[in-house]
Write a protein of this length. Structure first.
Length: 212
């Protein structure tokens, strides 16, 4: 499942307006694939909340690395504020946005919980749009991606195994689906079936982005 949430927000009275699209969905639903295609065609900046958190946990200077790692390994959502001094992952996203020099952003995998949404709306602004596929398809994609990474000499992610995938699906249904329902109530959700081949899904995504 992918969710595209169109948000418009200002950093301050004299600041340029940001245009933000949230891309939500279950693990393996094709969020990264669609984001890469959107970047190629439309030139938007893609920010992955998961990638930002994984980079943070590898940072030897980070006081939050071990805690972030524990959340990710258990398929849980990292709270928007895991210490009073250093809010994560919202601060990581904001830093990346401000450092990019762009005004158009795809934010992949955020907000994924009520905590994430409250943090965003308290510090940023409005948003909304979505895509779906089955859990069987998503699991197969994740395991195939992991096998291809290992075959190419890379390391498998700690959460790319059947047990962790099931936990990630459960977390998605418990925490992220209610967020999608909030956006539905605001009439800001568009459903796109992400089960077909990537090019077919992207054709539908283009129909949305061409409106921007």
């Amino acid at each position: 499942m992918n969710t595209i949430i169109n948000c418009f927000q200002k950093k301050g009275p004299a600041a340029a307006e940001f245009r933000v699209v949230f891309v939500l969905g279950g693990p393996g639903s094709g969020k990264g694939t669609m984001c890469a295609k959107i970047v190629d065609k439309y030139g938007w900046v893609h920010l992955s909340a998961g990638d930002l958190l994984r980079a943070e946990r590898k940072d030897p200077t980070s006081k939050n690395g071990e805690l972030i790692n524990d959340f990710i390994k258990e398929g849980k959502i990292v709270p928007v504020e895991i210490t009073r001094v250093r809010p994560r992952p919202l601060a990581l996203i904001r830093q990346a946005m401000e450092a990019s020099g762009s005004r158009n952003f795809l934010i992949d995998g955020f907000p994924r919980s009520a905590d994430n949404l409250q943090g965003w709306e308290a510090n940023m602004a409005d948003c909304a749009d979505v895509a779906r596929t089955t859990e069987a398809v998503m699991q197969e994609r994740i395991l195939r991606r992991s096998a291809e990474t290992v075959a190419a000499g890379g390391a498998a992610r700690s959460d790319d195994n059947v047990d962790a995938i099931k936990k990630r699906f459960a977390t998605y249904h418990e925490s992220t689906m209610p967020i999608i329902e909030i956006f539905k109530a605001r009439d800001k959700v568009t459903l796109v079936d992400s089960t077909p081949a990537a090019d077919a899904v992207f054709a539908e995504v283009c129909a949305l982005f061409d409106k921007f």
